[in-house]
Design a protein around this ligand. Sequence first.
Ligand SMILES: [Zn+2]
Length: 162
Amino acid sequence: MDKWDIRFIRMAREVASWSKDPSTQVGSIAVKNKKIIATGYNGFPKNIKDRSKDLYDRERKLKLTVHGEMNMIYNAVEHGVKLEGSTVYIWGLPTCEDCWKGLVQTGVSRVVMPNIEFEGGKWKDGCNHAKKFMEISDINITEYLMSWPGLDYEENYISRGK
Ligand SMILES: [Zn+2]
């Protein structure tokens, strides 16, 4: 990780904060040549009003939600942006199996995502599979801890010149 990685992880954190989901905020940004070319955060599809009833009904919310990574891909498509060769920074959760497919199909070459402890269950398995799949699909992974203090005080953690 270098200084630019940290800057873009912070940007992904900012984008995650735009999600209206009361329990999980995931932000995703694609970067090429140190420029942000697409962003996305988890939320309901366009024209589906995020009424509080749906946001707090977990089953219904999971069915309606578009993941941050997929929203980033859809936003790129909408604006004619190619993600090929880009690095994707994710804040909130590691990539799941479904989003991994989207990242592979759009030619993303590197993913910087959090390494977090899960309580278990289906979600954890999906993320673990996605991580293995990235390795076999030639996507480079860099993992970081969302609690890492260097994310807020980069000068103390990154040596000069990087
Ligand atoms: Zn996903």
